[in-house]
Write a protein that binds this ligand. Structure first.
Ligand code: NAD
Ligand code: UGA
Length: 464
């Protein structure tokens, strides 16, 4: 079959896989190929067990894979054969050299640009889908401009706003699609070509265009604003715990103001995930780089509050359990950074588990999708942790439960049954405020929510 357009995506990760699967699904007359330097990832995408868990992804892959969606390893050939190339490689925080701990590590993006340069035999549109510091497109353009002969490249920015766990719904009905380009004739032409792809299923008014730098910066700022809301509500949860105010009631009252809005006001153990922290630190780095110290400090405080919230949570466990956890068994319910994903990158659970181990607690981890990743994250603590998928077996014989992920299944657990199997006095630390606290207290638990008065039989010992 002859396809109308040939699209390539370099990087078959959490973004490349789902976002390209959606394009293939919505555009059956386009051929979409995804490549990756990691051959195991490509094999997994071609197998029955996909490397990424996302509700609804399996169905779309079944409908498209082998028809107009392909996962391939021959990167060089694919660059030659495709005219539109998305770059969706990882952009982690730099761990070495200048800017270590804050700046984005752009080595994978730059390698990709050089690969495209080396293997292209015809003009291409190169689209930044990875999240990048503002002005990265300039470096891309400079590398690609060194092409010999007449090959031209147009660089666009098309950041991805999907969230994990809801990726397929976000991709199918995005709040907006953002496309940034140079405002030259060729830039506008390339931009129109990308608009055409999304226009297949996204309403015209939701496809917005801008200059390329605004597009790059908007992505960092969007994540910074979202994370800032989480840190804002978490900071207030600390005050609630001191004053007997209830964070859910405060969030509801504040969020009902339509100028504020109700989303992203759930207090918890702090944000995790591969992007919020890295993108804010990147923003902080950029502000410092441009001499904007006050602006840098302002955004860095969002990350500091996030760390504070995780410290507060573990300190509360220690303080409430009579200031010693040595030899006590603590069951962690939920290890992924949020519900409906197996992703554990930057999950608060990693940090909290390490803190509990440092107190010589015995840790049992339960999660419906993330146990494999949890065991990799905590490989250096092998032998000190048990991994048990069934929450009832995991909780049995434990002194405390710590709910760290907002999986729906935890709301529906039979806490009476769990209580019977635990060591008494039994404790619950609900890091996501998702269970019925009063009911659990009546069963016999001592219950410690976030930002709400504790329901404890040892009230005087609960302060930290
Ligand atoms: P990921 O680590 O899951 O995937 C990136 C993939 O790129 C890896 O499989 C890696 O092997 C591959 N890769 C690296 N260099 C390569 C090269 N030169 N050639 C071919 N493949 C190469 O990362 P991700 O979560 O998909 O994130 C990718 C980008 O998207 C990041 O910039 C991230 O900030 C951004 N983003 C992520 C999300 C999310 O929910 N995870 C959402 C929006 C934006
Ligand atoms: C986030 C953004 O929501 C996406 O728009 C963006 O594309 C993506 O980052 C990215 O660039 O990677 P994601 O990290 O997948 O998506 O998930 P979120 O739903 O944003 O949750 C992030 C963290 O904040 C989770 O740990 C979650 O539990 C926490 N959170 C979220 C709260 O603690 N409270 C809330 O009210 C909302």
């Amino acid at each position: 079959m002859k396809f109308k357009k040939n699209i390539l995506c370099i990087g078959a990760g959490y973004v490349g896989g789902p976002s390209m699967a959606m394009i293939a699904y919505k555009c059956p007359d386009y051929r979409v190929t995804i490549v990756d330097t990691n051959p195991d990832r490509i094999d997994a995408w071609n197998s029955a067990e996909l490397p990424v868990y996302e509700p609804g992804l399996d169905e779309i892959i079944k409908k498209t894979r082998g028809k107009n969606l392909f996962f391939a390893k021959d990167i060089e050939n694919q660059i030659k054969e495709n005219d539109i190339i998305f770059v969706s490689v990882n952009t982690p925080t730099k761990t070495f050299g200048a800017g270590a701990g804050k700046a984005a590590d752009l080595q994978f993006v730059e390698k990709t640009a050089r690969q495209i340069l080396e293997h292209s035999q015809s003009p291409k549109i190169v689209i930044e889908k990875s999240t990048l510091p503002v002005k990265t497109a300039l470096a891309m353009e400079r590398i690609l401009a060194s092409a010999k002969g007449k090959i031209t490249f147009e660089v666009l920015s098309n950041p991805e706003f999907m969230a994990e766990g809801t990726a397929m719904a976000d991709l199918e009905k995005p709040d907006r699609v953002l496309i940034g380009s140079r405002e030259t004739q060729s830039g506008l032409k390339a931009r129109a070509e990308l608009v055409d792809i999304y226009a297949r299923w996204v309403p015209a008014e939701k496809i917005i265009t801008s200059n390329i730098w605004s597009s790059e910066l908007s992505k960092l700022v969007a994540n910074a604003f979202l994370a800032q809301r989480v840190s804002s509500i978490n900071s207030i949860s600390a005050l609630c715990e001191k004053t007997d105010a209830d964070i859910s009631e405060v969030a509801r009252a504040v969020g009902m103001d339509s100028r504020v809005g109700s989303k992203f006001l759930k207090a918890g153990i702090g944000f995790g995930g591969s992007c919020f922290k890295k993108d804010i630190l990147n923003l902080v780095y950029l502000c410092n780089y441009y001499g904007l110290q006050e602006v840098a400090d302002y955004w860095e405080s969002v990350v500091k509050i996030n760390e504070y919230q995780q410290d507060r949570f573990t300190a509360n466990i220690l303080g409430s359990m009579f200031n010693t956890l040595a030899g006590k068994k603590i069951c962690i319910l939920g290890f992924s950074f949020k519900a409906d994903t197996g992703d554990t990158r930057e999950s608060p659970a990693i940090y909290i588990t390490r803190k509990l181990l440092a107190e010589h607690a015995q840790v049992v981890i339960s999660d419906p999708k993330a146990l494999k990743n949890a065991a990799i994250d905590l490989a250096s603590d092998k032998g000190k942790i048990s991994y048990i998928e069934d929450p009832y077996s995991a909780a049995s014989g434990c002194h405390a439960l710590a709910i760290l992920t907002d999986w729906e299944l935890y709301r529906k657990l039979d806490f009476q049954k769990i209580y019977k199997s635990m060591v008494k006095p039994a404790f619950i630390f609900d890091g996501r405020n998702i269970i019925d606290h009063k009911k659990c207290f009546d069963i016999g638990f001592n219950v410690y929510p976030i930002g709400k008065p504790a329901l404890s039989r040892f009230e005087d010992q609960s302060s930290v």
